[in-house]
Design a protein around this ligand. Structure first.
Ligand SMILES: Nc1nc2c(c(=O)[nH]1)N[C@H]1C(S)=C(S)[C@@H](COP(=O)(O)OP(=O)(O)OC[C@H]3O[C@@H](n4cnc5c(=O)[nH]c(N)nc54)[C@H](O)[C@@H]3O)O[C@H]1N2
Ligand SMILES: Nc1nc2c(c(=O)[nH]1)N[C@H]1C(S)=C(S)[C@@H](COP(=O)(O)OP(=O)(O)OC[C@H]3O[C@@H](n4cnc5c(=O)[nH]c(N)nc54)[C@H](O)[C@@H]3O)O[C@H]1N2
Ligand code: SF4
Ligand SMILES: [Mo]
Length: 728
């Protein structure tokens, strides 16, 4: 029985269809029951008819009502700071006074330093087209603000995948059910992609084996047939050795290779030296296990690979994904249902037309500078050399701007859908920037985050129950509509409305700033002309709440080649890579941590910080029920590494490097390869014992491709503390 069945035919309630807004590949559709008399939402559940959601939400979102919409900490009114930056002391103000002051300050900045002195800063609080960058980009385009390269999550892997495959397309979750071997490679499905799991289990019931390749013995690895442990950032070496075995033992699909791939001969040359022994010394996986893995991979067709973003948060992450993405073509896995690889399904939606939504024409010929969000600390610096370094430079061939081209200091920062004080690398540099007395900061938020503590004005934003939106998935093939189910709580407003009002306060007269949210979304739907959206219409979308992009089912995109690369083939050799300054063949780019070879009594350890099960980045890390589940900020450490440092289970430890320091509680565990430590993220610094989190020690280094963040590629020293450190 559907969970909201009780409410469907009850005249006292309405049931409204929506979609989870969070940054998660599953993009679950949901239904909300609202009591008509009170206007209160009383129940929420996964949409029973959505083919991927199948009626269930994850443990974070199934109690979205108490965890977000009606959370006691919801921001309910605009606030003006009345204490020092970071102190969190604020007083309530009216919308009209807040907006008038903000508009005046922005205009002063524009008049004094030029529009590029304004920097928008946003990421993935919501993935909705409208409440994400919809109205915001209209506003910032009109203003002429600096632009932001949104690089913090997936850029390296995304770019790497494009070089080999041509677009972020591949297997869909439904097809995993037909695999005979599944490799979960650098992903923690049971935590971060839960709705893939039923398809994996379906395949296993039909005899498929499941292997998980991960430095940590995660929930997913524990639920697999085997955990293959490797050192972080060494996946490229593993893939090259697998290719070596496939070529050496003649286990490739010669016909598929001849028809649908480019550069096989050069690939053969390249992998000749990549013996399993060589890869074993790099990855930590025994050579024989690598040989067997390659054989299994060739023999157990169809074989499916799920890579996700965990494995690309390393200096060589782009090249690693580019290399792994070659494997399915080598064995012809794409030919069959259940074979291939999935990184992201976002490419299914690449033909969506967002011009009418984002209105780039409002730039009127201006080309503002673009900052890399991973270098927010540098972008906020008053030193032009640092600002120049913060400019977006995704490929080696892109020139670094000269100091003279750094542009004006950032004087106004507008943060929405993001918590940079917790999530961005080089936290100390970020905080130094946020503390600048001459920086005017506005934060649109649902909660009083660490970032909000540094704001001059905090503006209360609605949650997904209170606004309109449309979402696409990056894990499956559905679009979804989110209808508001309840009126805004308190004086909160949708991001779209806040930017609409700011535009009015700045006297921006383009009619796009007066369209309602529903009008904007209807126009967006009507603007989609690509055949993949041929049957998309407002009526249909409103009736069901979701829409499957028009590709065949089952979807075997590359069964007969048709790769969206320049050559139309799977590119083992990529001329584009050569043009962009890369090795054009699959290669191994070692992680940065490997360059740290100092031998001391307390050698550095590699530190990774993938998500804690109950948090979603820093979201939900203020929900009491979920905080109780995660207990405290911990550092998982292998017994050998702990013993070497005199660390016992439960001891407070100091994790430090030249970047910064954070105090965590040691969890001594064998569920981790020795030499690596794991700090589950992302705790709110202000809710942590020493008011810091793991991004104290993450560097602002950029990945090889796409200028992504190297969150899992750093060295730290770990020492036992006598007492936990308190206070900052
Ligand atoms: N060390 C380390 N750092 C990491 C990662 C890691 O694995 N390790 N992961 C990285 C990754 S993959 C990502 S994607 C980033 C994510 O970083 P962020 O994009 O900052 O995501 P969240 O931490 O979830 O914070 C989103 C904020 O947006 C707010 N929000 C939600 N909806 C709305 C809305 O409708 N309006 C407004 N105004 N606000 C809203 C939420 O309350 C929340 O505070 O973090 C990165 N940081
Ligand atoms: N519950 C929950 N779900 C989430 C999120 C969340 O914070 N919480 N975040 C969402 C977001 S924004 C994203 S981007 C996705 C991310 O989801 P995933 O892509 O699954 O990425 P991570 O969870 O960062 O890392 C997955 C696994 O990669 C492993 N790993 C780290 N380094 C390496 C490596 O070098 N090689 C290999 N093979 N494995 C490595 C980690 O130990 C971890 O188990 O999940 C989304 N879903
Ligand atoms: S966070 Fe992911 S799994 Fe949880 S409800 Fe949202 S989309 Fe579904
Ligand atoms: Mo992410």
């Amino acid at each position: 029985m559907a969970k909201l069945e009780l409410y469907y035919d009850n005249p006292a309630f309405t049931v409204v269809t929506g979609v989870c807004p969070h940054d998660c590949p599953d993009t679950c559709s949901w239904q909300v029951a609202v009591e008509k008399a009170s206007g209160q939402a009383v129940a929420l559940a996964g949409h029973p008819l959505h083919p991927i959601t199948r009626g269930s939400l994850c443990g974070k979102v199934d109690r979205y009502l108490e965890g977000r919409t009606y959370h006691a900490g919801r921001l309910l009114t605009p606030l003006r700071r009345c204490g020092p930056k970071g102190s969190g002391r604020f007083e309530p103000v009216s919308w009209s006074s807040a907006l008038a002051t903000i508009a005046r300050r922005l205009q002063e900045t524009i008049d004094g330093d030029g529009p590029e002195a304004v920097l928008p800063f946003s990421y993935s609080g919501t993935l909705g087209f409208l409440q994400g960058e919809g109205m915001a980009s209209r506003f910032f385009h009109r203003l002429g603000a600096s632009q932001l390269a949104r690089t913090i999550c997936s850029e390296a892997g995304f770019e790497g995948y494009l070089y080999t495959i041509g677009a972020a397309e591949g297997m869909l979750p439904e097809e995993f059910a037909h695999a005979r071997l599944i490799l979960i490679w650098g992903s923690n499905t049971l935590t971060s992609n839960l709705h893939l799991w039923p398809f994996v289990q379906q395949a296993r019931r039909q005899g498929a084996r499941l292997l998980t390749i991960d430095p940590a013995n995660t929930r997913t690895a524990q639920a697999s047939d085997e955990w293959i442990a490797l050192h972080p950032g060494t996946d490229g070496a593993l893939a090259l050795a697998m290719m070596h075995v496939l070529v050496d033992e003649n286990r490739c699909d010669a016909d598929y290779i001849a028809r649908y791939t480019l550069g096989f001969d050069r690939l053969v040359e390249r992998v000749r030296d990549w013996t399993p022994e060589r890869a074993a010394s790099i990855t930590g996986i025994p050579a024989q296990r690598i040989v067997d893995l390659a054989r299994d991979y060739a023999l157990a067709q169809p074989a499916a690979i799920r890579i996700n973003y965990g494995l690309q948060r390393h200096y060589g992450g782009g090249m690693a994904v580019r290399t792994i993405a070659c494997l399915p073509a080598l064995v012809g896995a794409w030919r069959q249902r259940g074979g291939g690889i999935q990184l992201s399904s976002s490419g299914l939606f690449r033909h969506l037309d967002h011009r009418g939504l984002h209105r780039p024409d409002l730039l009127s010929g201006r080309t503002p500078r673009t900052f890399n969000m991973n270098r927010l600390g540098d972008a906020l610096s008053l030193d032009p050399a640092q600002r120049a370094r913060a400019r977006y430079r995704p490929r080696p061939v892109d020139p670094l701007p000269a100091v003279e081209q750094a542009g004006p200091p950032v004087k106004a920062l507008i943060v929405y859908n993001c918590n940079p004080a917790a999530v961005v690398p080089d936290q100390n540099a970020v905080l130094a920037g946020l503390r600048r007395p001459d920086l005017f900061t506005v934060v649109l938020e649902q909660f009083q985050t660490d970032t909000a503590d540094y704001a001059d004005f905090v503006l209360p934003a609605t949650t997904q129950l209170e606004h309109w939106d449309i979402h696409r998935s990056y894990g499956h093939g559905y679009l979804a509509l989110n209808r508001p189910a309840i009126a805004p709580v308190g004086a909160a407003l949708p991001n779209s409305e806040i930017f609409r009002r700011l535009a009015a306060a700045l006297h921006y007269t383009d009619p796009c700033f007066t369209e309602t949210d529903e009008e904007i979304l209807r126009a967006w739907v009507a603007a989609q002309q690509h055949p993949r959206f041929a049957n998309l219409g407002w009526e249909q979308l409103s009736a069901t709440g979701f829409y499957r992009v028009e590709v065949p089912s089952p979807y075997l995109p590359f069964a007969e080649g048709n790769f969206p690369t320049p050559s139309g083939k799977c590119e083992f050799f990529s001329a584009r890579m050569a043009d962009d300054g890369y090795d054009p063949l699959p290669a191994y780019t070692p992680p940065r941590w490997q360059q740290n070879t100092v031998q001391t009594d307390n050698p550095p350890l590699v530190c990774i910080s993938p998500p804690a099960h109950s948090f979603l980045n820093s979201s939900f890390a203020n929900v009491p029920r979920l905080l109780r589940r995660e207990k405290q900020p911990t550092l998982q450490i292998h017994p050998d590494d702990a013993a070497q440092r005199g660390i016992g289970d439960g001891d407070p430890v100091l994790v430090s490097n030249p970047q910064g320091r954070v105090c965590l509680i040691a969890e001594v565990t064998e569920r981790l390869i020795a030499g690596t430590v794991l700090a589950p993220g992302l705790w709110w610094p202000k809710l942590s014992p020493d008011q810091r989190n793991i991004n104290q020690v993450t560097p602002a280094d950029e990945t090889d491709m796409g200028a992504g963040a190297c969150f899992y590629d750093l060295s730290v020293w770990v020492t036992r503390l006598e007492e936990p450190e308190g206070g900052a």
